[in-house]
Design a protein. Structure first.
Length: 146
């Protein structure tokens, strides 16, 4: 339950929702969200599914399950350290954290450790969205791999 609590909290914060806002969106009270984030309680299957939709993450991510193929499993294992650091780092740019939290998208993009480091080392003049960081990733790939 520790994985669910920490990932739910990180995903909620990345979406800039407070516990009350998340609770309203998934049909529970704020106290329930608080207990889940402390690891005292769990969510039903339907609540977990609704939370994953609201937070734009997969249920597998919230549960800590990796269902990817071999390439995706390699990618997740390879980038897990830097990616996990970004998810946990509340001072990291919001768009970059949102990208790190979105397991489905990161599996599809197959982001390498070097690319995570490059994305996190660039200082932007303003706030960039998750999609902005995806565009930045494509730019990095275009420059480095052509």
């Amino acid at each position: 339950m520790e994985i669910v609590s920490s990932r739910l909290r990180a995903a909620r914060k990345a979406k800039r929702l407070n516990q009350m806002e998340l609770a309203e969106k998934i049909g529970v009270d704020q106290a329930r969200v608080s207990r889940v984030e402390r690891g005292d309680r769990g969510l039903t299957r339907d609540q977990l599914l609704q939370a994953s939709k609201v937070l734009d993450v997969t249920v597998e991510y919230l549960l800590g399950i990796d269902l990817g193929d071999n390439v995706a499993e390699y990618n997740i294992q390879e980038t897990n350290s830097k990616q996990a650091q970004l998810v946990a780092d509340h001072m990291a740019p919001t768009g970059l954290r949102e990208l790190a939290i979105d397991q489905q998208l990161t599996r599809t993009l197959q982001i390498t450790t070097e690319e995570w480091h490059a994305l996190s080392s660039i200082v932007l003049p303003g706030e960039a969205s998750r999609d902005g960081y995806v565009q930045l990733l494509f730019t990095i790939r275009a420059i480095c791999y052509t």
